[in-house]
Write a protein that binds this ligand. Structure first.
Ligand code: ADP
Ligand code: GN1
Ligand code: MG
Length: 375
């Protein structure tokens, strides 16, 4: 980082209610949207760390509404943790106030929005997991998160990204990108385009079921990647992070997106597709932890849809990566020119895996329902 940029960031840091001097500011995290930094402050020989994040305002168009959501849901979770005698300092995120105590963010001279959270120390987050017990703990964290927000009035939350998990709407964005072919890539991805088109009819099914009232609307996280759960040294989940997309949604989104990312045997950008498989043991572990914690509040229909949701959230994410590739990589951060295409291909391979293993996933869910309800 250049000295000038570091000085500018320091001046942002001091507009929050922090004490001491800045020792260092380092970029970190593997997220595809925001920019995250660890800020280390020193005061009286003591070090304290914070996460500083620059919000991507081309993705999150209304940062005020976004922060309002995070502030109110974290306050709600904090209350729940206190009631349960748990540590509210580690169990949820705390947005720092600015010096005036007016906002939970700082706007810099360029119009960028920044927020700061005390860093939750001694934790790790995984991009890949091969141990079912670790994945079960991640599921418990997301299931508990949903349970903690079950009595939060969903209609009062702002929609931070409209139609976020409306797969049918994502499909239409994809067709528009193919038609525009802004950067002339469509010709080279005909196979991937055909794959998406072959699945068109399915993209509307979850949304239709929600609109018809068959699937309930809940307050959901909507970005339940494994690396959005902080784990302690014993691999127990400590805190669910990355709360930008918490808004009204469906448990199908949270379950499906977790399986998409965490039950894969490879990273999201693995180039060797023979390494990319759906691991049914991981699927079972996640489903177990999720049904244990969120299951009691879920409806029978919702639970039946879980395996299909895993496939649909994977297809949706693949569609989004491919759409971004066709649009010239304007949404997701990339490390090389083909990154979004590589990501789209892993997702489509996983969709095939989901299709091949659909009956096994369904049998696992039925067995778990029996385990928890006796039915
Ligand atoms: P992105 O939107 O870029 O994914 P996140 O909010 O998920 O950003 O942060 C990136 C990573 O930083 C997370 O996966 C997590 O490992 C870590 N992280 C975020 N906030 C904290 C925090 N308050 N304490 C400790 N680690 C954090
Ligand atoms: C983005 O910010 P991050 O990396 O946790 C994206 C998710 C995608 C994910 C794919 C706001 O999540 O929807 O599933 O990349 N977040 C947003 O890895 O679009
Ligand atoms: Mg994240």
């Amino acid at each position: 980082m250049s000295q000038l940029i570091e000085q500018q960031m320091e001046s942002v840091v001091f507009r929050f209610r922090v004490k001491g001097k800045v020792k260092s500011i380092q970029a970190f995290g593997n997220g595809h949207i925001n920019r995250s930094y660890i800020v280390t402050m020193v005061e009286g020989g003591e070090e304290k760390r914070y996460t500083l994040q620059q919000i991507n305002t081309s993705v999150f168009r209304n940062p005020d509404e976004l922060m309002e959501n995070i502030q109110s849901i974290t306050a709600h979770i904090r209350r729940k943790l206190r009631e349960e005698g748990k540590d509210p300092e580690r169990g949820t995120l705390h947005m720092m106030s600015d010096r005036a105590g007016e906002h939970r963010y700082v706007k810099d001279a360029y119009g960028s929005y920044w927020r700061m959270y005390p860093f939750i120390d001694d934790c790790i987050s995984y991009d890949i997991v091969d141990c079912p017990d670790v994945f079960r703990n991640a599921a418990r964290a997301f299931g508990t998160f949903q349970a903690q927000l079950a009595d939060y009035p969903a209609y009062t939350l702002n929609e931070t990204i409209p139609h976020f998990h409306d797969t049918g709407s994502r499909y239409m964005d994809f067709e528009a990108a193919v038609a525009r072919d802004l950067v002339g890539r469509a010709e080279s991805v005909q196979e991937e385009i055909a794959f998406v088109r072959a699945h068109r009819k399915e993209t509307y099914l979850i949304q239709n079921a929600i609109i018809a009232g068959e699937i309930p609307v809940r307050v959901t996280h909507n970005d339940t990647k494994l690396n959005n759960v902080l784990m302690d040294k014993e691999n127990n989940a400590v805190c669910v992070v990355d709360l930008d997309t918490v808004m009204p949604g469906s448990a199908l989104y949270d379950f499906g997106d977790s399986i998409r990312f965490g039950a894969s045997t490879a990273l999201e950008d693995e180039e060797d597709l023979s390494k990319v498989q759906l691991d049914l043991e991981l699927f079972e572990a996640f489903a177990d932890g999720y049904l244990e914690t969120a299951g009691p509040a879920m409806t029978t229909k919702e639970i039946e849809w879980l395996p299909f949701a895993a496939k649909m959230m994977t297809l949706e994410c693949g569609i989004r990566f491919l759409t971004d590739y066709l649009n010239g990589d304007t949404y997701f951060k990339i490390a090389h020119a083909e990154h979004n295409l590589v990501r789209a291909r892993t997702q489509f391979k996983l969709v095939q895996e989901d299709e091949d293993k659909m009956e096994e996933m369904q049998a696992i869910i039925r067995a778990l329902v029996h385990k928890y309800t006796g039915k």
